[in-house]
Design a protein around this ligand. Sequence first.
Ligand code: GCO
Ligand code: MG
Length: 402
Amino acid sequence: MRIVDARVIVCSPGRNFVTLKLVTEDGLYGLGDATLNGRELAVVSYLQDHVVPLLIGRDARRIEDTWQYLYKGAYWRGGPVGMTAIASVDMALWDILGKAANVPVYRLLGGASREAVMVYGHANGKDVEETVAATAHYLELGYKAVRAQCGIPGLASTYGVGRGGMFYEPAEPGLPPENVWSTEKYLSFVPSLFARLREEFGPEPHLLHDVHHRLTPIEAARLGKALEPCHLFWMEDPVPAEVQDGFRLIRHHTTTPIAVGEVFSSIFDCRHLIQEQLIDYIRSTVVHAGGLTHLRKIAHLAEMYRVRTGCHGATDLSPVCMAAALHFDLSVHNFGIQEYMRHTDETDQVFPHAYSFEDGYMHPGDAPGLGVDIDEALAAQYPYARAYLPVNRREDGTAHDW
Ligand code: GCO
Ligand code: MG
């Protein structure tokens, strides 16, 4: 089953997506997501200039060997650009294998470990009242878990607070917008938001919060401690992911569960955090952490330490990645939760898919392969538009983590 064609498709149905399409001599094709938000064309070049020539003529069934060939063969290992490119090849090969066997990919991964996958939605608002209303809306839609983000009094813009309620999208066309940040204002406000949400919605719904890499370890420890009475499902990215020893300090001070990993690209980024049990959830996802083949190795390592998965699932991960993540989530034993930010209608039309949401849970569907397609003619109507994530500065102008 030789690969005879490999093409990179770039489109922007509301936001930019990069998709790899591999075609075999039998006429089967597979899709892989290769989107790296704000740096999309670097992955396009990596694939087109350096990976596609290596794929033509290879046996599409040799998934592990192709992964090792691309990873070891590059000599320069890891990193978001290279690992996203490898991930897209890996996803496309699993898609092809599923189609060839006429089974959904989760069956090839060991079968379903659960009936469906619990997801969390994004409630955001410019103030507490709006965030309460957004949370209520998600709970009415059936969500069992909701991530709450809120504008901070005294700050003009805050991470996670978008323009439209259901479709938060951080990347903006043009040059990067600048946000202003104050740790003091944030820390004195956030505990009151969650106290209010618990008062309003009681103990049952899972509540999550994303700190988005903005605190120092001791500040994160203070926040975790202050949030303990509100028993969060998790506190995400309390400090920048590379401050790995800082997680030990946070751990010493608080029982609030910690999630990290959306920016990790390999098992070597999270090995220490997992083996030292410094985190509770590993958030690496299929597209940025080397595909299903590599993410499964991360999950298996995590399983030994009772660390569960919580894949990144923002809108910059295309429906192809979303589908792959759902097959992974359904099959892997130590699944925790899946992030689910709904894509816009334009995106869903370009990427018709078999996965579905019902009452707070998602299922990848039983279509052969990943169960997602791309309408190339429609995709061509949405050309690439350069867009950047915001950058962040403290009130005195110092560059800060976004
Ligand atoms: C999340 C993330 C996103 C990222 C975005 C970057 O938890 O969903 O933090 O909001 O910022 O995916 O491309
Ligand atoms: Mg996040």
